[in-house]
Design a protein around this ligand. Sequence first.
Ligand SMILES: Cc1cc2nc3c(=O)[nH]c(=O)nc-3n(C[C@H](O)[C@H](O)[C@H](O)COP(=O)(O)OP(=O)(O)OC[C@H]3O[C@@H](n4cnc5c(N)ncnc54)[C@H](O)[C@@H]3O)c2cc1C
Length: 386
Amino acid sequence: MHRITVIGGGFAGLTAAITAAEAGAKVTVHEAHHTLGGRARTADGPYRTNDGPHALYNGGPHWSWLRRHDLIGPLAPLPPLEAARLRLRHRGALRRTPPFAMLKLLRRGVGPAPVETDFLTWAAGVAGEEGARAAAHYSAVALFHHDPGSLSAAFVQERLRRAAKLPPEAHYPRGGWSTVVDRMAALAWNLGVRIETLSRVDTLPTDAPVIVATSLDAARRLLDDPALTWPSGRTALVDLAVRTRRGDAFAVSDLDAPGWIERFTAQDGTLAPAGEQLIQGQIPLAPDESKADGTARAEELLDLGFPGWRERLTWRREAVAHGRTGAVDLPGTTWRDRPAVDRGGGVYLAGDQVASPGLLSEVSFNSALTAVSLALGRHELDLKHA
Ligand SMILES: Cc1cc2nc3c(=O)[nH]c(=O)nc-3n(C[C@H](O)[C@H](O)[C@H](O)COP(=O)(O)OP(=O)(O)OC[C@H]3O[C@@H](n4cnc5c(N)ncnc54)[C@H](O)[C@@H]3O)c2cc1C
């Protein structure tokens, strides 16, 4: 029987553990924190904020895998009336529909964008400068970068298309992502996976194979390999609760600069006490911008979409997520250029900044499957479980 050690009990580590155990391996997971889930944790309450992921995109490979394993649980559908309250800030004012020029980029006839060119240059050729900027800023909801226009056109186009798809790809596990994590952990236990929490690993175990399913920063330290780097975003996170007021926006997408604010109780009332609404915003920060700059931009969006929010405020929290929002690909690079899963000597990487395709947590999922199939020498696993 194969033995596999998984370091990290987030979405990647749990995916790897379940997949390896299903293939008959004896698996041990070491998680540094006292609970599982990593960035996919949800606060206990009364304001059930997600630390990281909110949306489960149903166009991704993880969706069908989670479904097949009965791990998604009940979803919180967005009522059509609330969906109609999506607002876009453009030229300083709120509007209901995207600028026409931006829509040009979403037409079927538009071919695949090039890898080598930056998105703004390519998109301006299709939709003009203003439409290109609006589209770049809209795509920030799925890439968390302060200047999406400067990234690879192919990379941004994929995210733009998926974020703008109708019906929307984004689905929301009722009660937050930790409900999915809890189900994954229960399945792992049932499959005989040994899970050790409060178990930080500082030295790589010598009895390979080992799957390092930490953030890339933590993997760099653990493997003592300075080559383990890849660009990511830096984003101000502004979470708040307000007393309910009819007519509040469901979400405000900033087309004048990257930024997104969403009222998550629109789809899931369990996330805040009765009579209150939970709003979470993410405002990507340029290298020279501070958290206060991000907060100020978030407040501009709140003023537009949630009138009187200051007087209705019941709770507030702010943070900055640095390098925690997944990989971004610069012009001339694709996911294939990121740090490889196979590090040699029976050590494999899984996580959202390594060489695997997909959007956000899908990269963690895909790399976890690849790591397991390489570790077990069973390449067909990818096909069987993806
Ligand atoms: C603000 C924000 C919003 C996001 N929104 C979305 C979204 O809407 N949809 C989406 O799909 N994705 C989203 N993401 C991305 C998603 O959160 C991540 O891609 C995913 O959670 C990463 O999972 P992971 O298991 O690869 O890494 P992590 O969640 O970071 O897990 C790594 C684990 O390893 C543990 N660890 C680290 N070092 C050690 C060590 N030495 N020993 C033992 N354990 C260790 C950590 O404690 C952690 O539990 C978002 C992220 C952020 C920050």
